[in-house]
Design a protein around this ligand. Structure first.
Ligand code: ADP
Length: 396
């Protein structure tokens, strides 16, 4: 998708609200607009689906100029999800989701099947939710229905205007995770507006940091923006704690998961004893019949177990998957008294553990790599300065 010199002048204002934005967004890419309130994020977004008519400029989707396209046709190309879901209160969940497919004239049976499919996709049971009204849903559920509605006509492009702005932090975290999962399945071209830089880092393939009038301060990957902010304005947005934020960019699957001695509930007690005694650690992990982490067992626990595992050991409280961020893993490690967290696979089966040492090593490596990149960038800058000075001297 291309935005070409998109400009918006509201009547009676001296300055344009959006001044000639141009941007190339690849198909299947998730791009985040982030910037201070009033900088023109929403206006830019709404010009893409013509909720706001651009004063000038063009929009192309798949090479096709959609700037003058009939708005109903445009709805088929561009889904739209907003803060507080924007659901119609007098329509059921199913009617809300069916809105665009009905508008563009799908047959009834196809719409019905699509509503079910969309509810499934966003993790809501169709039987339970299709007949409800928005007021009978939690904020997070409303937001899910909002996303289902935006995706219902299967548009290649999805616009999201602070969609998770009105829900509590924990729900927001879940909705963000779900969006990442959905996107892995659907590969939509997504433009997502937020003023929350952490959200931008977590979700974006690329982030456009915007200043007033939607002037682009920097348009790059989260890694590049964190490690090489273009100027003070961008640094201000990145804010403190860049090292911690980097933990959000690295996933458990990117680090080496440590091995840990295990036994299963089917093993005879004696062999569990033997294993504990022979292993150098004074702890082992007990797995259930499906090899899922069940309990941490220490030597002392077994002494007191008196022939049964039923009451021995400490239940595994928290696990992480390979898709979890290192920040999630750190959270789990810090709250676990043993200082490590079990990593599980698709069916919950045990894969290994992440401990404090693994985390510290990978943070050190990341920071070291960042320092190197910064030094190299400074070199390049020096080189180009020297070149320019030489050229100036030769010219003189
Ligand atoms: P953001 O989404 O980044 O908070 P907006 O796109 O909503 O910013 O607004 C950008 C600028 O345009 C602001 O200065 C705002 O006051 C102005 N603006 C937004 N909507 C209108 C309107 N309908 N009429 C006049 N000015 C507007």
């Amino acid at each position: 998708m291309q935005l070409e010199n998109l400009t918006k002048r509201y009547p009676n204002s001296a300055q344009p609200a959006v001044d000639s934005v141009s941007m190339d967004i690849a198909a299947g890419e998730m791009v985040i607009f982030v910037g201070p309130s009033g900088c023109g994020k929403s206006t830019t977004l709404k010009m893409i689906n013509r909720l706001i008519e651009p004063t000038s400029g063009r929009i192309r989707i798949d090479g096709e100029d959609v700037t003058d396209m009939d708005p109903v046709k445009l709805r088929r190309k561009i889904g739209y999800a907003i803060q507080s879901s924007g659901l119609f209160p007098h329509m059921t969940v199913a009617e809300n989701i069916a809105l665009v497919p009905r508008m563009v004239g799908w047959p009834k049976s196809r719409i019905k099947a699509r509503v079910e499919e969309m509810l499934d996709l966003v993790g809501l049971d169709p039987g339970e939710f299709r007949g409800r009204y928005p007021r009978q849903l939690s904020g997070g559920q409303q937001q899910r229905v909002g996303v289902a509605r935006a995706l219902a006509a299967d548009p290649p492009v999805l616009l999201m205007d602070e969609p998770f702005g009105a829900v509590d932090p924990i729900t927001r975290d879940h909705l963000q995770d779900e969006l990442i999962r959905l996107q892995q399945e659907l590969h939509k071209t997504i433009v997502f507006v937020t003023h929350d830089f952490d959200e931008a880092i977590k979700l974006g393939d690329r982030i456009a940091v915007l200043r007033e009038q939607s002037h682009i301060a920097q348009f790059d990957t989260p890694e590049a923006i964190l490690t090489n902010p273009a100027d003070d304005f961008v640094s201000g947005f990145v804010g403190a704690g860049a090292a911690l934020k980097r933990l959000n960019l690295t996933r458990v699957r990117d680090v080496e998961v440590a091995e840990f001695p295990t036994v299963t509930v089917d093993d005879p007690l004696q062999s569990i004893f033997d294993k504990l005694r022979s292993s150098s650690a004074n702890e082992i992990l007990l797995l259930d019949q499906r090899r899922r982490p069940y309990k941490w067992l220490r030597r002392g626990d077994l002494m007191r177990a008196r022939g049964s595992l039923a009451r021995a050991g400490t239940l595994v409280q928290d696990t992480v998957t390979r898709e979890a961020t290192l920040r999630d893993a750190l959270e789990a490690v810090l709250t676990d008294s043993g200082g490590r967290v079990a990593v599980t696979g698709r069916r919950g089966e045990f894969i290994g553990v992440v401990d404090m040492e693994t985390l510290m090593n990978s943070v050190h490596e990341m920071l070291e790599a960042d320092r190197l990149a910064a030094v190299e960038a400074a070199h390049d800058l020096d080189d180009s300065r020297t070149h320019r000075t030489h050229a100036a001297q030769e010219g003189a």
